[in-house]
Design a protein around this ligand. Structure first.
Ligand code: GTP
Ligand code: MG
Length: 202
């Protein structure tokens, strides 16, 4: 897919403030600092579209970016970041869960997993929640530039082994690296195919 235009539309603290759900959308979710905002910038080709930071907890709202005037990329706040107060993180969690469960135009989520880190309980449980809630999702292993090919394969293998305890089949999986631009074409193609496969609900 060729990105002809990408523009920031709105930051919403909760579902009810989100833009009218008239276009297909794809959300990016995962632990704080995993690289959600950076990946959105890689996909759109605009390095400053979504705000990124080395400090976890940068994205605190639901952020809609309109792509090619026809669909949304959504940058979601990270979960599992211990340093924000329990009360605040609970508020975000509620807003994000409400968004995931009730956003009619959400086509699919991308769950980002740091390829350097061993399977985390919060990620495993989150994906189980998505499965139980019947929310379609794909996995993206991020920051692959930080590992050798064999270490990357071993890390993904560990995740797969862990997930196969609870899943019969594994979700669609991508590998990304922002500095190396890895995964961009594949993820955009998947989004394009998902949009093409939609019925006329939109
Ligand atoms: P929150 O908004 O805090 O939840 O974080 P986020 O998931 O949006 O992460 P963000 O995109 O802000 O990136 C966090 C840090 O990881 C930044 O310092 C990025 O430069 C770095 N980063 C993101 N993607 C990659 C990658 O593919 N490779 C490398 N080496 N660094 C990356
Ligand atoms: Mg972010």
């Amino acid at each position: 897919m060729i990105i002809r235009s990408a523009s920031f539309i709105k930051s919403s603290p909760a579902l009810k403030q989100c833009p009218v759900s008239s276009k297909p959308e794809f959300g990016f979710i995962g632990r704080s600092n995993v690289g959600k905002s950076s990946l959105i910038n890689l996909l759109t080709g605009w390095s400053k579209l979504a705000k990124t930071s080395g400090q976890p907890g940068k994205t605190r709202t639901i952020n809609h970016f309109l792509i090619n005037e026809s669909w949304y990329l959504v940058d979601l706040p990270g979960y599992g970041y211990a340093k924000v107060s329990a009360r605040l993180s609970e508020g975000w969690r509620k807003a994000v869960i409400d968004y995931i469960k009730n956003r009619k135009s959400l086509v699919s989520l991308f769950v980002l997993l740091d390829s350097r880190i061993a399977p985390q309980k919060s990620d495993i449980e989150f994906m189980e929640f998505l499965g139980k809630s019947q929310v379609p999702f794909a996995r993206i292993f991020t920051k692959s530039d930080k590992l050798s090919p064999s270490a990357l394969a071993a890390s993904i293998n560990k995740y797969d082994t862990e997930m196969l305890n609870n899943w019969e089949i594994l979700p669609v999986t991508f590998i990304s690296s922002v500095p190396k631009r890895t995964g961009r074409e594949e993820i955009l193609r998947y989004i394009e195919e998902s949009i093409n496969n939609l019925s006329n609900d939109f």
